[in-house]
Design a protein around this ligand. Structure first.
Ligand code: HEC
Ligand code: HEC
Length: 246
């Protein structure tokens, strides 16, 4: 919560008094704002002083906060997901450019146990996973990370692929998957994980987990997914890897 102060426009200069309005803004909640205090009888100079001090405190706090969030995201998430959420590791998904709500939804799939987290060994030899990472942060920090990553640009990862197989996958995707994973899984506003240009090894792992039941899917996706044979799944993965360029 940040406090902002400003001189009310009804500032009464004639009698040397002015109004100090202290407004509050809950930044995370976005929609709530309002006036919490009003001191109409304070001398003008004093009011000015308060207004300026509080305003500068507020803007510094906002700046420091967002800089800090970027710093924490880049070190705590970036160690695995890469700079600006562009992963350099084939088993770790890129997340930069996903929508804010897609990221938050995906994080809840770990908390709800709909999905197992894979253990990852970091360069310094420590082992951790998504569940441990999520537990280390508050909900508002996770929301701030989601916002940060949603402001990044999705960068499809360049990988070799088979054009013919990708074209087969595109046909299947269009009929069975495109309703939810719009435009080949390339549209952040669909509020799902982006898949166009995601790492092949990571996608293969997710398909495998859907197959063996260790990752749950919505019943509507399941209805479509279960109509695919192994070849069809491979083709769809190839299509995602191609990022639609085949
Ligand atoms: C130790 C490495 C590691 C760290 C640190 C890490 N992640 Fe992950 N993350 C993964 C791996 C691996 C996966 C995918 C496989 C899995 O489910 O474990 C993943 C998956 C995700 C997904 C789902 C992506 C998708 O396409 O389904 C999101 C969202 C995510 N991470 C966000 C974050 C955020 C935000 C942070 C920082 C708070 C973070 N991660 C820190 C390794 C990590
Ligand atoms: C009715 C909507 C719907 C349809 C149709 C659908 N999906 Fe999904 N898909 C989802 C949702 C929702 C998620 C997120 C699941 C979760 O929260 O774990 C998802 C997640 C995924 C993921 C995981 C991505 C990641 O990085 O986390 C893959 C892969 C996937 N879908 C593939 C497919 C394929 C292939 C088809 C077509 C056969 C398909 N989906 C059809 C809704 C759908």
């Amino acid at each position: 919560m940040f406090f902002a102060a400003y001189l009310d426009s009804t500032d009464n200069f004639k009698n040397g008094e002015s109004t100090l309005v202290v407004a509050f803004r809950i930044v995370a909640g976005r929609s709530n704002s309002g006036v919490i205090a009003c001191y109409p009888t304070l001398p003008r100079m004093l009011t000015r002083f308060f207004a300026v001090t509080l305003l500068s405190f507020w803007s510094q706090a906002t700046l420091a906060d967002s800089e800090k969030i970027v710093e924490i995201a880049e070190s705590e998430c970036g160690v695995c997901h890469g700079e600006k959420g562009v992963s350099e590791k084939p088993l770790i998904p890129s997340i930069g450019g996903f929508s804010e709500s897609a990221i938050l939804d995906l994080l809840t799939t770990y908390e709800n146990d709909f999905r197992k987290a894979r253990r990852v060994t970091l360069d310094d030899g420590t082992e951790t996973d998504m569940i441990e990472v999520i537990e280390a942060f508050s909900q508002s920090e996770l929301e701030a990370f989601a916002l940060y990553y949603s402001q990044q640009t999705w960068m499809p990862i360049e990988q070799a692929y088979d054009r013919e197989v990708a074209a087969e996958g595109a046909k299947l995707h269009k009929v069975k998957c495109n309703k939810c994973h719009i435009n080949g899984g390339s549209v952040p506003e669909s509020d799902h994980a982006l898949m166009a240009g995601q790492w092949r090894d990571y996608l293969k792992g997710e398909f495998k987990n859907f197959d063996d039941g260790s990752r749950r899917m919505s019943s509507k996706m399941q209805q479509k997914y279960e109509t695919l044979n192994a070849e069809g799944k491979q083709a769809i993965i190839e299509f995602y890897v191609s990022a639609g360029d085949f």
